[in-house]
Design a protein around this ligand. Sequence first.
Ligand code: FAD
Length: 385
Amino acid sequence: VNHVVVVGAGLAGVRTVEALRGRGFNGRITLIGEERHRPYDRPPLSKAVLFGDADTSFVETDLAAMDVDFWPGVSAKSLRRGVVETTEGELGYDGLVIATGAEPIRLPGDGPQHVLRTLDDAHELRAMLVPGARVAIIGAGWIGAEVATAARRAGCAVTVIEAGSAPLATAVGAEIGARTLPWYEGIDLRLETMVDSVDEGGVRLVGGEFVEAHVVVTGIGVRPAIGWLADADIDLHNGVVTDEYLRASLPDTVAVGDCAAWWSRRWRSRLRIEHWDTALNAPEVAAASLLGEEVAYDPVPYFWSEQFGHMVQYAGHHPAGERLVYRGDPAGKWSAVWLTGDDTLAAVLSVDRPRDLVQGRRIIDAGHRLDAERLVDPDVPLRDC
Ligand code: FAD
């Protein structure tokens, strides 16, 4: 490989560049990114940046020192074998990294509608979270809950509109989501409520009711940013389809981060994980694959969310679980543990119990079985269950 083109200058893109150089690749690297910013972390956007505690979250990296040709503000438009068509012309490659991440889904309607994906989005939204502002947040998933946290903290009048029967229902199921209901104190939470459109001055619900709002934030999920690959000769299915080495169906091509749907050896299924830890760690494997090594990507997926003063952490893959066991009082610090049919740990979600998370992730990795009876006692460390 002589010239690697990395499309997408988010965390996955920049980490792949670092991993290539770390593995001794000394050919040309071109990094192209649609945004005008240098690479930054997104998790702080809905936390410190939205709170006003930080203005930026740039990744500490030195692209010049790594001899990377960085093209900010440039988009890939299409791909054919060996050539990326960009807004600045054609770019030939003999190694390609697809790291274009994901983009927020928007709702119909002509009214102003905020999403929170980029640093610019965060600055725009932050300026509008002022005391007394009526803020309608559509979606009580991870982003919706974090934006609601910031809006309440800023003194806004907050309405959260959620289609499911509980917050976080889509992500981790309504039963666990229901445990977070008390966190919404002071917020007008509308469950099982569908939005028809975002209009001037607020949100039109299915059924006709109008929720007035100065600010509407849509947080109903993202989809992989793969529109530019629509005509390319590459397998796409809910993202760029890859094998366990993160190799796409096109030769000399890897995909990594939010846009990659990789084969998980561990869970025997295809996963697309839209979380920071994957963008951080998968690039090591992607770089190795591009340089001809065979190292499988086989993690226990991990993410966290900070909402309403609580640290929520998750590791594993709960669809592999059959049974849910709780540790701890729902009003305090607690964890939920998913067990498979033979009591192997499939996933753990912890609320303000970071030890459960760390130990649980190790147990999942090792494939150990647990004693469900000891498990329910929150005073018994998970590793002793
Ligand atoms: P991205 O970060 O999306 O980067 C992709 C880049 O590619 C973007 O800059 C995009 O502009 C660019 N691009 C797209 N298309 C093109 C194109 N055609 N040409 C050129 N460039 C293109 N995860 C957690 O685990 N915990 C959290 O608490 C958490 N909080 C989050 C809060 C927010 C507000 C957001 C938005 C995400 C959060 N995440 C969190 C998720 C995490 O940030 C993502 O998983 C991570 O950013 C994925 O990195 P990526 O590099 O794959 O994609």
